[in-house]
Design a protein around this ligand. Structure first.
Ligand SMILES: [Zn+2]
Length: 309
C-alpha cells in the first residue's frame, strides 16, 4: 500500500493477486532466438487461468483506493489536482444507466475481459432497474452517482441542486440495498461552485473526465471505438467518459476492449475507501417517490385479466 500524503486523498496500489495475474496474461512473450527457444522453461502459470475463455483479456492492472475526505476532484478537463495514472493506464467510466439491454451488454463485454469500470447511474434509472444496478455492483464495478434526474445544476437554487445530488445518492442505495461509493459526476460536466463546496463537505469525490468520448452523439459503434482510441492515443492515458445508457456504446465495447488490449493499455479500477453516507431525509424521499401509496397490493395477474383478444 502506498500513501500519497500532503493532499486529502490516498491512493493505494494494491491488488497484488489480480495485478500479478494480469501481468502474466498481458505481457506478450518476447520472441527468443530460435536456438534458445527449445530450452525455454515452460510458463509457471497458465496464462488463461485469470480470465476463463479469453487469453487476451484486459483484466485489471491496478486498483487504487480513494480517500474521498474533503471531496477531491478527478479528471483533467476540470480538475488538475491528482495526476495519478501512469502512462498507458485507463479508467473506464460509464454514465446514465442502468438501462435495459445496454447496461447488461456493457457488463458482459467487461466480464468477457475480466475487467472493471466505474459507473455513474442516474437515480431515477436506478429505481426503474434496481436488478441491473445490483448486477453492476455484483460484478465488482464501482458504483457512484450522477443526480436524481440528470438535471444540469448550473444556476439552480442551492436547495434544489442539493436535493438532486442527495436523491441520486439515496436512489443508488435504494437500488443496491446498500450505499454506493462517494463518487459523483455532475450532469453535462457543469460544476457550480456552491455544489463543489457542498460535495467537499460531504466527503464525496467529484469526477470530471480526462477525455469525453461524446459517444451520445454517435450512431455507429465504430465511431465510439475510434473516438476513444484516438483521444487515448493523444493523451496517452486517462479517465474515459462513456455511457452505458447508449446503444452504440454497448455495441462498441467488445471491440473497444480488444483494441485497448492490442494497444497495450492497462485498466485501473478506482475504488472508494469507504461507502457513501446517505442522509435519512433523502432516503425517505426515495421510498416515497418509488412506492406511491396504493390501496391494493394484489399482483397484476389477479387485477388484470385478458378476457378477449
Ligand atoms: Zn450524464
Amino acid at each position: 500500500m502506498r500513501a500519497v500524503t500532503a493532499c486529502s486523498f490516498l491512493i493505494s496500489a494494491s491488488l497484488a493477486g489480480l495485478a500479478t495475474a494480469w501481468a502474466q496474461t498481458a505481457r506478450p512473450p518476447a520472441a527468443p532466438p530460435a536456438a534458445t527457444q527449445a530450452a525455454a522453461p515452460a510458463p509457471t502459470a497458465a496464462p488463461t487461468s485469470s480470465c476463463a475463455g479469453n487469453p487476451n483479456a484486459l483484466g485489471v492492472a491496478r486498483v487504487v483506493e480513494i480517500d474521498t475526505t474533503g471531496g477531491p476532484g478527478f479528471g483533467f478537463e476540470h480538475f488538475k489536482m491528482h495526476d495519478f495514472l501512469r502512462n498507458g493506464e485507463v479508467v473506464l467510466t460509464f454514465d446514465d444507466g442502468p438501462w435495459l439491454n445496454n447496461t447488461p451488454a456493457v457488463l458482459k463485454a467487461l466480464a468477457d475481459h475480466c475487467t472493471k469500470a466505474v459507473f455513474f447511474p442516474i437515480g431515477k434509472h436506478a429505481t426503474y432497474y434496481p436488478e441491473i444496478l445490483k448486477q453492476v455492483a455484483a460484478q465488482g464495478h464501482t458504483v457512484g452517482s450522477h443526480t436524481w434526474s440528470h438535471m444540469n445544476l448550473d444556476k439552480k437554487p442551492v436547495e434544489e441542486a442539493k436535493t438532486e445530488i442527495e436523491k441520486g445518492i439515496s436512489a443508488v442505495k435504494f437500488a443496491l440495498g446498500a450505499p454506493g461509493s462517494p463518487f459523483f459526476r455532475f450532469p453535462v460536466l457543469k460544476h457550480p461552485p456552491e455544489m463543489v463546496t457542498y460535495l467537499g463537505q460531504r466527503n464525496i469525490a467529484i469526477f470530471s473526465t480526462d477525455f469525453d468520448s461524446f459517444d451520445f452523439t454517435m450512431r455507429k459503434p465504430e465511431q465510439v471505438v475510434k473516438s476513444v482510441m484516438t483521444k487515448l492515443q493523444k493523451h496517452g492515458k486517462g479517465i474515459a467518459l462513456m455511457h452505458d445508457f447508449q446503444h452504440p456504446t454497448a455495441l462498441a465495447l467488445p471491440e473497444l476492449l480488444n483494441q485497448l488490449k492490442a494497444g497495450g493499455y492497462k485498466i485501473v479500477l478506482m475504488k472508494a475507501k469507504e461507502p457513501v453516507k446517505t442522509i435519512a431525509q433523502y432516503d425517505e424521499m426515495i421510498i416515497k417517490d418509488v412506492k406511491l401509496p396504493t390501496v391494493s397490493d394484489r399482483p397484476t395477474s389477479s387485477v388484470v385479466r385478458t378476457i378477449g383478444e
